[in-house]
Write a protein that binds this ligand. Structure first.
Ligand code: HAM
Length: 425
């Protein structure tokens, strides 16, 4: 006897999206597309695989993502070092530069798709997850910084999402961060005995990330550490003040969080995160900021850039927690059919009604009327059309109003009018 084949399952942390929830994704994606076009954003689609160097150079060598979360491999066919994209900004800028899209032009771009990070999976954190990303390129700000926040605030309104807090910070420029970094190292060195292992490791590589620590024993130390804001020069201060004044004028509430540093190295000036109260530990629904230096790094020319990405799983989880997801769309009409000529008539009527715009499911595969009505119920049909041999002969149908538990006999010639009246009433 052949051995039973071992079941092959999906990769840990990478989820299948099944019909039980995929309709929610389609609904959300439709809303997102309309919203993005209202602000003049255009779609860009870049490959899921990029040369590894793109990410090490842009996200930064000593970030968590590059140090331990990237799916990197050598292509055995040609020796290329490749990586499954952990985020969408680097690939977008690579494509924009490669195709010269910033030559005498601005760009407002969006993308949607899977991203890959080898993290420990838990609720709201996956190894394959999906982002909706937006990148506004060539705008100096801070007006665009305000519009980016305005549009996100608008999205939460469109979706009916509440309880998302906007946290903002200003990361200044490279020199300012360097001066702050030195002050931070000096401060933490003075308090070596209070640092945990992770912080000691980061002290001379990425001391800013120490500020992000979740270790309760280090909170006081971190709370008293030198603040970057104190090291900002006039221009950075002005950018930050302009951004905040814009948000005040738009009446958008925010919390200044001087410890907000983001997990990617490419940012400067404005950074922000939207944090949901419904998500537990993985609570950041959306993160982003200005990253002017990345465009220069990848193109060799100074330019301006700001953007964000929304974690779509997290957004859907928060919407679910607040009961804001649509219920599964039902079908309008189910066509029950049995007997000689019934299937043919059903095909014709189904097409006739679909042409009018209705969602029609024709029963396939036979079976008793009773079992077919059960199917109609499970699809949530509001009307069932019943076609048996008699109906075929007389060119008529029995129409069953499912919720009303009523039945009517209708001539084929009157069907379209009847159905239209029923759904319009
Ligand atoms: P990020 O903060 O690394 O930024 O990711 C943005 C969002 O993606 C997070 O706030 C979160 O909602 C979601 N996310 C990240 N990792 C996971 C995960 N493992 N599982 C589920 N969701 C996750 C960026 O990626 C930047 N590229 C954003 C950006 C665009 N900045 C400027 N332009």
């Amino acid at each position: 006897m052949a051995e039973k084949a071992q079941k092959i399952v999906g990769v840990k942390g990478m989820n299948d999206l099944l019909p039980a929830t995929s309709y929610q994704w389609l609904w959300l994606e439709d809303k997102l597309r309309v919203w993005l076009s209202q602000y003049g954003y255009e779609n860009i689609r870049t490959p899921i695989l990029e040369n590894t160097q793109l990410f090490t150079r842009s996200i930064g060598e000593v970030t968590d993502i590059v140090e331990k979360e990237m799916y990197s491999f050598i292509d055995s066919l040609n020796g290329d070092a490749l990586t499954l994209r952990p985020e969408g900004t680097a690939g977008t800028i690579r494509a924009v530069v490669e195709h010269n899209l910033l030559y005498n032009a601005n760009q407002k771009l969006w993308y949607i798709g899977p991203m890959f990070r080898h993290e420990r999976p838990q609720k709201g954190r996956y190894r394959q997850f999906h982002q909706l990303g937006v990148e506004a390129l060539g705008f100096k700000g801070p007006d665009v910084d305000c519009e980016i926040i305005l549009m996100l605030n608008h999205l939460w309104q469109i979706l009916g999402l509440s309880g998302v807090e906007l946290q903002i910070n200003c990361l200044g420029n490279k020199d300012e961060r360097l001066a702050h970094r030195e002050a931070l190292i000096a401060y933490f060195e003075q308090h070596q005995e209070l640092l945990d292992e992770e912080a000691k490791r980061r002290l001379h590589t990425n001391p800013l990330r120490i500020l992000d620590t979740k270790n309760p024993a280090m909170q006081e130390l971190v709370g008293n550490a030198p603040k970057l804001l104190a090291y900002l020069g006039e221009q950075s201060q002005a950018h930050y003040t302009g951004w905040k004044a814009g948000l005040d004028a738009l009446k958008i509430a925010y919390v200044e969080n001087p410890r907000l540093v983001r997990g990617l190295d490419y940012y400067n000036l404005s950074v922000f995160e939207w944090v949901s109260s419904d998500l537990g530990s993985q609570s950041t629904v959306c993160g982003g900021g200005r990253y002017d230096p990345l465009v220069a790094e990848l193109s060799g020319k100074e330019n301006y850039a700001i953007g964000f990405a929304i974690g779509l799983e997290r957004l859907l989880l928060s919407l679910e927690a607040q009961n804001k997801l649509i219920i599964k769309p039902a079908c309008d009409i189910y066509i029950v059919n049995d007997g000689v000529g019934a299937a043919e008539m059903a095909f014709n009527l189904a097409q006739e009604l679909r042409t009018l715009g209705y969602k029609v499911i024709q029963h396939l595969g036979g079976g008793s009327f009773k079992s077919q009505f059960k199917k109609a119920d499970s699809y949530g049909a509001r009307l069932s059309l019943v076609i048996g041999e008699n109906e075929v002969k007389l060119n008529q149908v029995v129409l069953k109003l499912m919720a009303e538990q009523k039945q009517e006999l209708i001539a084929h010639t009157q069907l379209s009018q009847y159905v239209t009246n029923f759904f319009n009433s």
